[in-house]
Design a protein around this ligand. Structure first.
Ligand SMILES: Nc1ncnc2c1ncn2[C@@H]1O[C@H](COP(=O)(O)OP(=O)(O)OP(=O)(O)O)[C@@H](O)[C@H]1O
Ligand SMILES: [Mg+2]
Length: 323
């Protein structure tokens, strides 16, 4: 099994299956085997990033510059920790996209509108970036609150241009903070102008068949009404990491770092934290070693970084409490 993993570790789908096997073993409580398999898989040949065939860019509607931004990818799939389930779904979507013509020829529709749900700092934006990069598609991030206000300012034509653009340009059109839309829908009274704008945005989203993907991200889950839900072909959940995922994340973060202790011995203390928070802890610990001109990260660096994060988290919890 180990040989198999090491020699075939290059292939995406193989990797996904391997992750599944490892997860299964972990669930069966075969932790030693699972850990050893994962180590082998991660030590496999590291792939030089493949040059992606980038989609040609068509001119971007100038007036949209205020609320839409072309983002250059700075991460790749080695930088993200995803559940085996999400890896499977995302790979399935990529495969479907690559065979889109064939699928359409048979009169079937291609899944292209995705909703990413989950608490802050758990990888929605990061995943959209890596997903686009993997497919060689440019990523355009739409700031929805700005879009709505510009729409209110009677620039409906701009909005139409964006959707026109996404119909022609193979890209990932990413609606960050999609909650703004749901919120505006709630805030607006029955005959409110805002409500009219939001509804027409929803209709746009409904009608569009993107040349690539339309991805919306939200922190809300059940609070999004069904009218919004049913417009998406796929919903993907980005949860806070459980202990197993925290362990994987820490391994990834400290992979190329000299450290005197096993960072995964702190998994229990980080339970309940988001990836972004654990990321901050890792960076702080590594930085402490650099600042103090030490070659290794020490136990105390980690402990202090965790204490700082805890203080910060509790402080911010206090701030958000109603007075
Ligand atoms: N699943 C993950 N794997 C690896 N790193 C992650 C993951 N999720 C978050 N991070 C780290 O946290 C940072 C912030 O994550 P990201 O912006 O994707 O969160 P988000 O889910 O979009 O949050 P928000 O709801 O606040 O927009 C990332 O840049 C990365 O450093
Ligand atoms: Mg985000």
């Amino acid at each position: 099994m180990k040989k198999l993993l090491a020699s075939y570790g290059r292939d995406d789908e193989f990797r996904a299956v391997a992750e599944l096997i490892i997860d299964e073993e972990e669930k069966k409580n075969n932790r030693v085997l699972a850990r050893s398999l994962r180590k082998t898989l991660e030590a496999g040949p590291s792939r030089p990033p493949r040059p992606k065939a980038l989609a040609p860019l068509i001119p971007f509607p100038e007036a949209a510059g205020d609320f839409i931004e072309l983002v250059e990818p700075t991460h790749n799939k080695q930088d993200i920790v995803l559940s085996a389930e999400n890896v499977r779904v995302l790979l399935g979507l990529m495969k479907e996209f690559r065979r889109a013509d064939e699928v359409r020829r048979r009169g079937l529709s291609v899944r292209s509108k995705l909703l990413f749900c989950g608490p802050p700092g758990c990888g929605k934006t990061l995943c959209a970036e890596i997903f686009a990069a993997e497919l060689g598609l440019p990523l355009y991030i739409v700031k929805l609150d700005r879009l709505i206000s510009s729409y209110l300012g009677e620039t409906a034509a701009n909005v139409r241009k964006i959707f026109e653009f996404a119909r022609k340009q193979p890209c990932v059109l990413f609606f960050d903070e999609f909650d703004a839309l749901a919120r505006a829908r709630d805030d607006g009274g029955e005959h409110n102008e805002l409500r009219r704008v939001v509804n027409s945005l929803l209709i746009f989203i409904d009608r569009i068949t993107p040349k690539g993907f339309l991805i919306a991200a939200t922190n809300l889950d059940k609070a999004l009404d069904t009218a919004v839900w049913r417009r998406f072909d796929e919903v993907i959940w980005f949860d806070r990491p459980d202990r197993r995922m925290i362990e994987r994340f820490l391994r990834m973060k400290f992979k190329n770092v000299a450290i005197a202790v096993d960072p995964t011995s702190h998994v229990a203390e980080l339970d309940g934290y988001s990836y972004a928070e654990i990321d901050r802890v890792s960076v702080q610990a590594i930085k402490a070693a650099v600042i103090n001109k030490r070659k290794e990260v020490r136990e105390s660096d980690l402990r202090e970084a965790i204490a700082d994060e805890r203080r910060r988290k509790h402080g911010s919890a206090r701030l958000t409490q109603p007075t």
